[in-house]
Design a protein around this ligand. Structure first.
Ligand SMILES: Cc1cc2nc3c(=O)[nH]c(=O)nc-3n(C[C@H](O)[C@H](O)[C@H](O)COP(=O)(O)OP(=O)(O)OC[C@H]3O[C@@H](n4cnc5c(N)ncnc54)[C@H](O)[C@@H]3O)c2cc1C
Length: 385
C-alpha cells in the first residue's frame, strides 16, 4: 500500500513510503479460556476454578489426585484414568509432585510484555513494525481509546505468578514504536501494562526469540500405568489443533473418544457468520434500545450471540440495573457471576472484560461490595436448594 495516500500512513513518519497488508484474527486470551470452559461444561465437563492440583499418584491404572479448593482451603481427592499436564509455565514445578514421571524435557520460560498508551491512531487496522534487532512489535487499536503495543522476549527465571514488565522492556517498546509513529511516546505515557510467560519447549537455543514456538507433546505411560501427557509450548492460534493432537495420542486409553471434531464447531456465542458482526449489533440494539451503539458493539465483541440472552429482559435504562461506571451495569455483572465463574471485581474487570481500564478505585470498591453481597445471596439460595 502507498502510505502517502492510505489512512494507515497518516500517523506514521514521512520516511515510510510503502507498506504491506494482510488479514489476521485477534482474540482476548482470557475470554478464549472462558468460552472454552463454557463449551466443555455444556458437553459435560466439570469446571473447578481456583482449584490447584497438589499431587498425583498412579497405581493400578488409575490416577489419584489431591486437589486444593483455594477459596475454602479444603483438600480433597479425585480419580482419573488419564492425566494431562497443561500447566503452561508451571509445568516444570508441577512434575515433581506427579509420581513416577520419566519426563526429562523442560520448558523455557520467555517473558513477553505489552504496554497500553492513549490512542496513537484512529482507524481500525493494526501495525506490525520491523525492528533492527530482527524482532517485530505490533500496535493494535484497543477499546476505542488506547493503542496496545507489544511484545518483548526476555528469558525468565522467577515465579510465573510474579511476572511483570520491567523498565527496560517499557523503554524498548516505546523506542521501537517511536521509530515509526509521528507521536513520540515514553514511559510516562504508559497507562497500563501486562506481562505473560511463553511456556516454550526448551530446545537448547541460546536466543529467547529463536526458541521454537511449536508445541511438543510427551506421553509417559510408565509400565503399563495410567498415562500422563505433558504439553510443552503451543500458541493460541493452534490450540484446537494441539487439543486434537492430545486426544489422538490419548485415544488408545480412551476408547470411543472422538478425536477430530473442532474444525467447524462454534464456541459459545460464535454462532454467526464472519461478516455477521454488524447484523448482531443491530439486532441487539433493536431488542435492547436502552444501550448505546458503542455499548452494543462491545457486548457483541465480548460475548457474541450470548449478549442476546444476557439482555433479553432489558427494555428500559432502569432495567440495566446498578451502574458501576463506564458501560458496566449489574445485568452484565450478574451474567458473569452466574455464567462465567467470576467471583470478584478483578475477575469481572480484567479477566472477563477489560472494564478495569475505565473504572476508578471508588467504582471498583462499589463493584466489589456488590459482588460480595450478590455472592452471599447466590450461596444462600444454593444451600436452600
Ligand atoms: C506476551 C505473550 C504474547 C503472546 N502472543 C501470542 C500470539 O500473538 N498468538 C498466539 O497464538 N499465542 C501467543 N502467545 C502464547 C499463548 O499465550 C500461550 O501459548 C498460551 O497461553 C498457552 O496456554 P496454556 O493453556 O498452555 O498455558 P497458560 O495459559 O499459562 O495456562 C496454564 C494454566 O495452568 C494453571 N495451573 C498451573 N499449575 C496448576 C496446578 N497445579 N493446578 C491447577 N492448575 C494449574 C494456571 O493457573 C494456568 O491457568 C503469547 C504469549 C505471551 C506470554
Amino acid at each position: 500500500m502507498n502510505l502517502a495516500t492510505d489512512e494507515a500512513g497518516t500517523s506514521l513518519k514521512g520516511n515510510y513510503k510503502k507498506g504491506f497488508e494482510y488479514s489476521d484474527c485477534w482474540v482476548m486470551d482470557s475470554r478464549l479460556v472462558i468460552i472454552n470452559a463454557q463449551d466443555a461444561a455444556a458437553k459435560g465437563a466439570e469446571i473447578r476454578v481456583r482449584t490447584q492440583l497438589i499431587s498425583a499418584e498412579r497405581a493400578e491404572g488409575i490416577w489419584t489426585l489431591k486437589i486444593l479448593d483455594k477459596n475454602s482451603g479444603k483438600v480433597s481427592t479425585t480419580q482419573a484414568r488419564v492425566l494431562v499436564n497443561a500447566a503452561g509455565p508451571w509445568l516444570d514445578t508441577l512434575l515433581p509432585h506427579i509420581s513416577h514421571t520419566r519426563t526429562a524435557e523442560h520448558i523455557r520460560m520467555v517473558k513477553g510484555s505489552h504496554i497500553l498508551v492513549r490512542q496513537l491512531f484512529t482507524h481500525e487496522r493494526a501495525y506490525i513494525f520491523q525492528n533492527n534487532d530482527d524482532r517485530i512489535i505490533f500496535a493494535i487499536p484497543f477499546q476505542n481509546k488506547f493503542t496496545l503495543i507489544g511484545t518483548t522476549d526476555v528469558d525468565y527465571h522467577g515465579k510465573p505468578d510474579e511476572v511483570k514488565i520491567d523498565s527496560e522492556e517499557i523503554s524498548y517498546l516505546c523506542k521501537v514504536a517511536s521509530e515509526y509513529f509521528i507521536t513520540q511516546i515514553g514511559p510516562e505515557d504508559v497507562v497500563s501494562s501486562y506481562s505473560g510467560i511463553r511456556p516454550l519447549f526448551d530446545d537448547g537455543t541460546s536466543d529467547a526469540k529463536a526458541a521454537t514456538r511449536d508445541y511438543v507433546l510427551k506421553l509417559d505411560t510408565g509400565d503399563e500405568e495410567a498415562p500422563l501427557l505433558s504439553i510443552y509450548g503451543g500458541k493460541i492460534t493452534t490450540y484446537r489443533k494441539l487439543a486434537e493432537s492430545v486426544l489422538k495420542k490419548l485415544s488408545p486409553f480412551l476408547p470411543g473418544m472422538k478425536t477430530t471434531w473442532t474444525e467447524g464447531a462454534n464456541l459459545p456465542g460464535g454462532d454467526f457468520s464472519p461478516d455477521g458482526f454488524t447484523g448482531e449489533v443491530n439486532k441487539l440494539l433493536a431488542a435492547c434500545p436502552a444501550i448505546s451503539k458503542e455499548h452494543a458493539t462491545r457486548l457483541i465483541r465480548t460475548y457474541g450471540t450470548c449478549s442476546h440472552e444476557m439482555t433479553q429482559n432489558i427494555k428500559t435504562t432502569e432495567e440495566l440495573g446498578t451502574h458501576f461506571g463506564h458501560q458496566l451495569y449489574s445485568f452484565e455483572v450478574d451474567y458473569l457471576l452466574s455464567h462465567e465463574w467470576a467471583q470478584n471485581a478483578e475477575d469481572v474487570l480484567w479477566r472477563r472484560t477489560r472494564m478495569g481500564l475505565f473504572l476508578s478505585p471508588e467504582e471498583t470498591v462499589h463493584l466489589e461490595n456488590y459482588i460480595i453481597e450478590k455472592s452471599s445471596i447466590l450461596t444462600a439460595t444454593d444451600e436452600e436448594k
